[in-house]
Structures are given as structure tokens and as C-alpha cells.
Design a protein around this ligand. Sequence first.
Ligand code: C2O
Length: 549
Amino acid sequence: VRTRPPASNVTMATVTRLCVTKSIPTVNGRFPGPKVVVREGDRLVVQVHNNINSNLTFHWHGVRQLRSGWADGPSYITQCPIRPGRSYAYDFRVVGQRGTLWWHAHFSWLRATLYGPLVILPPRGVPYPFPKPDGGEVPLMLGEWFNADPDAVIRQALRTGGGPNVSDAYTFNGLPGPTYNCSAADTFRLRVQPGRTYMLRLVNAALNDELFFAVANHTLTVVAADASYVKPFAATTLVISPGQTMDVLLAAAATPPAPAFAIAVAPYTNTVGTFDNTTAVATLEYAPLQGGAAALRSLPSPALPLYNDTGAVANFSANFRSLASARYPARVPRSVDRKFFFAVGLGADPCRSRVNGTCQGPNGTRFAASMNNVSFTMPKTSLLQAHYQRRYGGVLTANFPSAPPVPFNYTGAPPNNTFVMHGTRVVPLAFNTTVEVVLQDTSILGAESHPLHLHGYDFFVVGQGFGNYAAANDTARYNLVDPVQRNTVSVPTAGWVAIRFVADNPGVWIMHCHLDVHLSWGLAMAWLVNDGPLLNQKLPPPPSDIPKC
Ligand code: C2O
């Protein structure tokens, strides 16, 4: 089956939120962008026309892109950007994934407004592994709204070396809701029938904040994450990191205790003072709404954890298990060929460009972010193109370190040199290498967890803990039976997470923090996965319309 949605014209459109009217990049004039629905196995072709005054690419977040890396989309990794006035057709198959993923722009901070859901239904005739929700399915995208131009916000921050301004609101499908200035009319309203069950397809599309999510008086059942089914579990509060998706069942009460309830989101972060600490509200309304609009004025509200409740986050993430059934087996690698240890965190650069005589980062430095002290330099041409032509000189170096320069110790004094090195460094991998990466949060400058996203793969989350990762004990405790399979995992504040994957997808795949500010500061690296010996293990040539740099 070939799914060919109408062509996507990226155009500026006028939108008003929080009483601020401005022109924002949109797809076909819509914000958020259109929902794309496919069945597993479909081929999807999306013709993108760039009609805005900026370079642009689109990424199909979480889609494995098996041997279709040319369609993955991160700018300067798998393609040069689509220039203003130009077009490019993303052409790929969706294989082996079911649930909710999403698409978003992957150039600068354009994804602030250019995003939408990607729903992957099972093949025709194949049921969900849970009772079909008789009320319906609702994509619910959590986002961040900036009154300023988000692209200008990050450009300014990079120029001064300081932190960017934070957003002005969180949104539900683009709507901030009644807790914000003049936004009551812009409230997302979920209308349900008593006694029916609904599936919320949740996506955290926020630029820079992990979010708590809860519905007053309702327990949610999580059934899938990142387009992989999980063993269903109940939760009153969800934690969802930028990049992550979650399918949850919401059972509407047969006799609800109130006519309507608040659905709320608020940030989880440990970095005091540098985040948008507002709470956004949408409404869950039982139809027909008893008491009319007055019922919406005093909504029962859920009790969300405190912004820095790391314990609540850890407890929630511990619930995820893949189905690991006969029908949905978990093919967890039991042994590994190559082990890596990545120290993940924020760091600093010596001040180079001076603003008012000093850089605005910590102690007069510039903010930077790194893995193993290497801050990723975005190349000027496509890494995948360089790889395909085997012309690496001046583009990348194949020496990304497999461990940090100084062994990391959480409990000891922080290393005195937190300055980073720069480079477009990659790890080359032979086809079918089994990889383990332990990601250790360093939290040298302020504690914050890092939602690490890997392109081109789903990985198994085999272990997770606080403090220093200790190979001897922690490896023995890995879950190799039913670990959750994801494309984005949060490296916890003051802790670590271990992931495994098999490098069976040739191409160049970026792995980066999905907090856009950290990506802009260089929290990224790339895996260069070589072709295998067989024809169906090789990366095909680039499509003829691939943009040029
Ligand atoms: Cu959703 Cu590279 O990102």
C-alpha cells in the first residue's frame, strides 16, 4: 500500500495565542500540523515544498527507516536542508512498528511549530493486544508556545553564550488553555461519553521540558510507548520526555462525580529558575455537559508532583516492560560486541564572542553540552552523503571516544576541567554489531535529565539507576527478559541508563538530547553503520531530488 498524503506546503500563517498575533511556519497553514495515518507495512511518500524564508528538513521521529536513511531528515546528518523555494519527497516504508510516532522539522528550532502526529495502525485485520477503545482515539500533542520567534531565541542564546529565553506556555494540540492570559477560548476540550474507553495518543513535542501529565479523578492505563506495545500498567501521573510518545487508555466513568475535569501538564526539571514553570490545563468533559459552560469554571484538578520530584519520575519509568509474548517477542541481545560508556551533560566553552565584555554562560564562559566531553559540531554538508561517497576528509572524524577522558565519578569532586572539545566525531560500526551504551548523567552544572533520542533504531532499555554506574553489580541486574523498547530514553538526573541495540540498519544515525537547547549546545554524536555483505544489507543510492548543500 502506498500512502500519499496531499503535498505538504510549508508556509507562514498568522496565529494568535496568549493575545499575541504572529506569523509562524506551518504545514498547509495548520498549527499543529496534519495527522498522518498509515498501516504497518505501508509506504509513505510526503512531498515537501519549502515556501518559507528558512532552510528546512522533516524528521519522522521514531520511524526506523530501514535502508531508507535518505528520508530520515536531520539536517546535515542525512540530508542537506531543503532551501527556500525547493522541494523534496520523503519516501519510506513503516516496518515493524505500531502505535504513535510523530513528525517534526529538524532544522534549528523550527520544530516549535512544525510538528504533527504519525499514527501507525496494525495491518488490516490484526487487532490491538488490548481491548479496542470503544470511544475512539485522540492524538494529543503537548507543545511549548513562544511569544517570541523560537528560532531567534536560540540564535540569540548561541551568540551570547548564555541560556535561551523560556517558552510562555505549554499547549495541548497547540492550545494553551485557561491558566494563561486571555486563553480560555483556546482550550483543548476532550468530550467523552460515560462508560466508554478512549485511547489518547500522547506526544511530547515540547522543545525543552519533560512533562508530568494527569487527568483529575481518572487513572490511565499505558499500553504502548514509542510505537512498541508494553505490558499494560495503571498510573495516575505520567512522565513524558520530549520526543517520547505514549498510548494510554482512559476509561470514562459510568457515573462521573463531576461533569468535567482538568487535564494538566507541568514541567519536571531540576534546573531551578531556567524553565517555564507554568501549568497548562485542558478539559475532559462528559457529554452532554451537565451545568453547561459554568461546569468548566471550577474543575477538579489533578495533584501533579513537584517540578523536581525525581523519585516520582524514577518510579514511573520503572513500570515499562515490553510484552515479550509469543506473538510480540522481545529480541533482546543477550551478549554484546561493543560496549560504550558515555558521560552525558552540560559543560562550558571558553568565551570567544564577547557580549558586553563577557559571555553570558557560567562564570563568564559559553554554555556547551557534550558526550564524553565532545561537543558535536554540525557539519556543513550531509554526513550520509559523505559516507555514501566514502569522502570523509574535512567532514567527519571516526574517533568518537568510547569512554570519557577522565573516568567519571559522581560522588567525587567534579572534574576541574569541564571545558569541552569540539568536532564532528562519529563511531563507525560494522553491520550487525551488537552495541551496549551506558549513558551516565554528569550534572556538573545544574542537574537535569537528558532525553536521549537515537535515530534509525529502537533500543532496549536494559538497566537504569542512580549514582555511578557500577559495571560489576549493575550489569548483573539488567533486565534481558522484557525490557521496554524505545527510541528516546531519559538519562536520569544524577543517574544512568543502559541501552542495547543491533546495528542492522546501514547509514549515519544521530543520537542526541531531545531538549533542543542541549542539541543546539552540541549534545549529540552519530553512529556510522557500514553496509553488510548482502545486497539487502546495503544503503541504496540517494533519491534524485535529494537537496544539495
Ligand atoms: Cu525528534 Cu533528531 O529528533
